[in-house]
Design a protein around this ligand. Structure first.
Ligand code: DQA
Length: 144
């Protein structure tokens, strides 16, 4: 079982970026937590972060034969990117959408996700635990 965790734009700034909204952990620290849980759950996990929509689209497109599951925090592209949504459909890999913050309790424009309709499910509002919950859900689903 191999998963790819994709982090979208500005998530490389975690730790210093609006800590009152996104918490104090850096992306590296969040990835370490995910990797630790992946080890416990006996699955392989890899990570990718980009601030560029095209790079995220290409990474999803190339994921087909490499990964069984995607966990993605598309960040701001959640609300705008038909291209990321199309890439998930095209690749056909089951995908869970994740957000650190509760996107439904914030500005109106964040309440719309173009990714949710093509995802297996969405987890938001639990800070770094959103990723860990997604990982558990993905592994349970892969086990059937
Ligand atoms: C986010 C929520 C998005 O609305 C925002 O643009 C982000 C982070 C989150 O994890 O809470 O960059 O995806």
């Amino acid at each position: 079982m191999k998963l790819l965790v994709i982090h979208g734009p500005n998530l490389d700034l975690l730790g210093e970026r609006q800590p009152e909204v996104y918490g104090k952990l850096t992306l590296k620290e969040i990835n370490e937590k995910i990797a630790k849980l992946a080890k416990e759950l006996k699955c392989e996990v890899e990570f990718f972060q980009s601030n560029h929509e095209g790079e995220i689209v290409e990474t999803i497109g190339k994921a087909k034969s490499k990964y069984d599951f995607l966990i993605i925090n598309p960040a701001a592209y959640t609300h705008t990117s038909v291209a990321v949504s199309d890439a998930i459909v095209a690749t056909g890999i089951p995908t869970i959408e994740v957000h650190l913050s509760n996107i439904y309790a914030r500005e109106e424009f964040r309440r719309k996700s173009l990714i949710a309709p093509v995802a297996v499910g969405q987890i938001c509002g639990f800070g770094p635990d959103s990723y860990l919950l997604a990982l558990r859900a993905a592994v349970n689903r892969m086990k059937g």
